[in-house]
Design a binder for this molecule. Structure first.
Ligand SMILES: [Zn+2]
Length: 240
């Protein structure tokens, strides 16, 4: 059930959010913030698992991260619809949850659903702030839309130190038993089910962490730079 939160994370498919920003969610929750998760599809085109199994796994993962809710929309896996009706469903969610920050996928990625998710969420978050666009809820515009990368490498606008919650992220990813490496699974092999995929996620966390002088990091992009208060603190830890 949707409820007011400080941050909403939008993804295209169940597990997109965990892979790119699971540790940031766990950190935000640990810091006392209220976080919600919404994915735009049920993941019905996945090679492994079924929408029902994936929904169960997604709820388990959300519990591990500490999210207040995880909602699933049904815009169509493999061909996310981005018409007025879909846009207004996101407007309704943003107005109901009144987040300060909205996260979505970087709208230049390998999967067309990721591109569309990045675009429709950013556009709907803006529309949500238009008072003249009347719905049954008052207008609300988040402070910012922040993007997260998935497949393509993009220069981050900032990196979050997630060293303390990296293990929680990996536990949340492991909750998607049907999708990722599971030696006991009898399902067909896929790119993401290969052991190497999780090793790549680990390496990516290490790589982004190394950029800011910590063990693990998650990267984000914004169209406008973040405000920095303490330049020395922002660059601490890079040099011994
Ligand atoms: Zn995806």
């Amino acid at each position: 059930m949707l409820e007011p939160v400080d941050m909403i994370f939008f993804g295209a498919h169940p597990d997109d959010i965990e892979l790119s920003c699971g540790a940031t969610i766990a950190k935000a929750v640990k810091d006392g913030l209220r976080v919600g998760i919404i994915e735009l599809t049920r993941g019905e085109l996945g090679t492994r698992g079924t929408p029902k199994i994936r929904r169960r796994e997604a709820l388990k993962a959300a519990g591990i991260l500490g999210a207040r809710f995880r909602e699933q929309l049904d815009f169509g896996d493999g061909g996310i619809r981005t018409g007025r009706d879909e846009e207004m469903q996101i407007v309704a969610a943003v107005r109901r949850c009144k987040p300060k920050v909205v996260f979505t996928m970087w709208p230049d990625d390998r999967h067309p659903d990721h591109i569309r998710t990045g675009q429709i969420v950013a556009q709907a978050s803006f529309l949500s702030g238009l008072r003249a666009l009347e719905t049954d809820l008052p207008a609300h515009r988040p402070q910012v839309t922040i993007y997260y990368p998935q497949n393509y490498l993009v220069t981050p606008s900032f990196v979050v130190d997630v060293t303390k919650t990296w293990k929680t992220k990996m536990r949340a990813i492991a909750a998607f038993k049907s999708q990722f490496h599971n030696p006991k699974s009898k399902e067909p092999p896929t790119f993401i089910a290969d052991k190497k995929f999780l090793e790549m996620i680990e390496a990516r966390g290490r790589h982004f962490g190394a950029l800011i002088g910590v063990e693990y990091g998650e990267a984000f992009m914004t169209k406008q730079p973040p405000k920095v208060d303490d330049i020395i603190a922002a660059y601490e830890g890079r040099e011994p």
